[in-house]
Design a protein around this ligand. Structure first.
Ligand code: GLA
Length: 741
């Protein structure tokens, strides 16, 4: 090819690929406070300071904790040529920075978008800080000034630090016609069975005309199982749903292709519908919880046998040791034993379908939490909007929906229960959302559950509530009076104390935790002690020294693959030596089901395979299994994930050895956990972007396996062939095995 031809080809590619958009705007004028006049284009902002809008105001040294309000004014020229070149001339798009926490966006004085809610709005303040913000404006709107200076004003409210605009710059662009189509996938049912559907919605003021094809295929073989085609004509705000039946017990892959009639351009979206691997529990009784429990001499025993199966059911023990009572209706063991002892007895569960027994050991001694705690915590769903009512509704659902039959027992109230001020005698109280903590504790105990609470060794918690500093003894006594069984003690405000120290050492980290533990141990009940300080000072090396039962090893988790991968795989890889019965590494709470850290809940953004990976890995890690979703809204997919007795048995294995990665081979990671019965739990993970076939045998040498005696698929609860070990593992998915060799 001649040079000139090459050049014009390059130019053509360049023009075609050219994004019709303005240069990115990264700076804006900024002022603290709130005045709606500041939205007006004519307002003179020359005296305002200039800030970078891709970092919060907090990151730029502005402390605005007191009143929360700040305004930005960005100046953007919008060339008319933008719309002249556009494929669709009806609309322009404003991509603007994210806003921590709520924002109104004005274009030359006209409100064009809003995210989150301000304190005075209906429903009260609500943060939407992580939401990407894109607003569309009709091209014929009088708010736009073509080829001239436009003022984009942002009215921002930050509920707590940090605050302000952040992440991406401002870009104004014209869309492709199909950009206005959104695709929402959803599982459902009709009379014939399970369905997966996609709803195409037109969000632009242009008619979408084209064709949609939806197909379901087997991702392992590529075979297309079902197809549906539909011609589409959608006006603005109209939508259309296509759906196909699918087999919910197998992985399948859905692909939707929409082709625009005018341009011939296609948009493709893919989706893996939720699929259920755990087989249904039998109607006959089955014990699902560990056969050992630790309690200190004299402390009340609060333990519930987790037994699935049809109700009514009777749970009894003929040889129950003195001092203990077993409630035959809900399987709760209570009472106390005042001396160290190892007490063995047989528990029997009976219903109309049969009988099951468990040989149980109660270890009365110093060590509690012989297996990792299982239960629920309010943070990942409700964040600071938690209330007593919300806690009770999830607790009730844990009982009603059978999760308590699988060992989920701790019901932990996270931050935001605390009163604004201490009582005159220095004790802590609750805020209006928690009318009666003692009643909550009693109610939980009566339902066979345990009660957890949250505080900080500092003056303030992470949510800005009262911490325990200088009141540790009083707080421990209050917890005892309320019947608390678990304390999550979160560093946060303690950083101010830490920063006062001139020289830092491990002792600086240890001090506040040691102090509280002394007072907890003085109480006449067992309180699980959960350290939360994000792994600082290698907490795993000294957590046992402060008599902690678990310690968070990382910062906060969120419901993305990136977060879960970083926390679960990378950050736990070297922590195996530090876990043992009573002392657990805590990679943070579960992110399955409906989460949202606020009143705005959403389905976990993890794909079904990422969720299988999450639960498999957390059970391998002997991690605290604290459900983070609103259990009152839990779906059957999430119940199926959380209530696989064979999977959970790995988490609760009494040997208490955490898994470690024995093989890391490109995108394949094999984590192995030795179990008490001499077998091993093995997670073969595919952490890469493509589906893989992995031959387990290929890694036998690396794993020290000379001959595979048995292999069981833990999710499906099926024995597998020991000769055919070639497994299909979808992207971000897992093959979870229990093997003997
Ligand atoms: C920190 C913790 C979270 C949660 C919040 C509460 O971020 O790591 O788990 O407890 O504080 O404010």
């Amino acid at each position: 090819m001649k040079k000139a031809a090459l050049f014009s080809l390059a130019l053509a590619v360049c023009v075609l690929g050219m994004q019709a958009q303005t240069p990115a705007v990264k700076k804006a004028k900024f002022h603290l406070g709130d005045n709606t006049e500041w939205a007006q284009p004519g307002f003179n902002d020359a005296s305002w300071q200039t800030l970078d809008i891709t970092q919060t105001w907090s990151d730029q040294g502005i402390n605005n904790q007191e009143n929360g309000w700040g305004w930005y004014r960005a100046h953007v020229t919008i060339p008319k040529s933008l719309i002249d070149q556009a494929e669709t001339k009806e609309v322009i798009i404003f991509d603007v920075p994210k806003a921590d926490d709520a924002v109104e966006v004005f274009l030359n004085g006209t409100l064009i978008g809003k995210s989150g809610r301000f304190p005075a709005d209906k429903g009260g303040y609500s943060s939407a800080w992580s939401r990407p913000l894109t607003f569309s404006v009709k091209a014929n709107s009088s708010a736009i000034k073509w080829d001239a200076d436009n003022v984009l004003a942002f009215r921002v409210y930050s509920g707590n630090e940090p605050g302000g605009l952040f992440d991406n710059p401002i870009v104004v662009r014209v869309p492709a016609r199909t950009d206005g189509l959104t695709f929402a996938f959803k599982e459902g049912k009709d009379k014939k069975g399970d369905l997966v559907g996609v709803t195409l919605a037109n969000t632009y003021p242009v008619v979408q005309k084209g064709q949609a094809v939806m197909e379901i295929s087997n991702p392992e073989t590529g075979e297309v199982l079902k197809t549906i085609k539909k011609s589409v004509t959608l006006k603005e705000k109209k939508e259309l749903t296509l759906s196909l039946p699918y087999d919910r017990t197998e992985i399948s892959s859905v692909k939707v292709t929409y082709t625009d009639a005018a341009t011939g351009k296609s948009v493709v979206r893919s989706y893996i519908p939720k699929y259920l691997l755990t087989p249904p529990a039998p109607a006959a009784p089955r014990f699902n919880t560990a056969a050992v429990y630790g309690v200190r001499p004299g402390s009340p025993v609060i333990f519930k046998f987790g037994v699935s199966g049809e109700r009514p059911m009777k749970i009894t023990a003929a040889d129950l040791p003195k001092g203990l009572t077993l409630n035959p209706d809900n399987g709760s063991l209570s009472g106390s034993v005042d001396h160290p002892a190892t007490l063995r007895f047989t528990v029997k569960a009976e219903n109309a379908h049969g009988t099951a027994t468990q040989e149980f050991t109660l270890r009365v001694g110093n060590q509690i939490a012989l297996t990792p705690p299982m239960g629920w915590n309010s943070w990942n769903c409700w964040g600071l909007s938690v209330s007593q009512e919300k806690v009770m509704s999830s607790a009730q659902a844990i009982v009603d929906k059978g999760l308590a039959d699988y060992g989920y027992q701790y019901i932990n109230v996270d931050d935001a229960w605390e009163s604004a001020e201490r009582n005159p005698d220095g004790t802590i109280g609750t805020n209006d959302k928690f009318p009666n903590m003692k009643a909550l504790g009693d109610w939980l105990h009566n339902n066979g559950l345990k009660f957890g609470i949250y505080s900080s060794p500092g003056d303030r918690t992470c949510g800005g509530y009262l911490g325990s500093i200088d009141h540790e003894k009083q707080d421990a006594e209050t917890y005892n009076a309320w019947g608390v069984d678990y304390l999550k003690y979160d560093w946060c405000g303690y950083s101010r104390e830490y920063n006062k120290e001139r020289y830092h050492s491990t002792a600086s980290y240890v001090r506040p935790y040691l102090l509280m533990q002394k007072f907890l141990r003085d109480q006449p009940r067992d309180i699980f002690y959960s350290l939360c300080q994000y792994g600082m000072g290698n907490v795993w090396e000294w957590g046992e020294f402060v008599d902690a039962n678990s310690w968070r090893t990382t910062g906060d988790i969120t419901d993305t693959w990136r977060s879960m991968y970083d926390i679960g795989f990378i950050r736990q890889a070297k922590l195996q030596p530090y876990a043992k019965p009573g002392r657990w590494n805590d990679p943070d709470m579960l992110i399955v089901g409906k989460v949202g850290w606020s009143n705005n809940l959403r389905d976990s953004r993890l794909t079904p395979d990422e969720q299988y990976t999450h639960i498999s890995l957390w059970t391998l890690l002997a991690a605290n299994m604290l459900i983070g979703c609103d259990v009152s809204q839990i779906d059957d997919f999430t119940i199926n994930l959380l209530c696989n007795n064979e999977v959970n048995a790995v988490n609760q294995d009494v040997l208490g050895i955490q898994a470690k990665p024995e093989v890391i081979d490109g995108d394949v990671q094999i984590w192995v956990r030795p179990l008490a019965d001499g077998s091993h739990a093995v997670g073969i993970f595919n952490v890469g972007p493509d589906n893989l076939k992995v031959d387990f045998r290929h890694y036998f040498k690396a794993l020290g396996i000379t001959s595979l005696k048995s292999a069981r698929d833990l999710w499906r609860q099926q024995d597998l062939s020991t000769s055919d070990t070639n497994y299909f593992i979808p992207t971000h998915g897992v093959k979870y095995l229990k093997v003997k060799y």
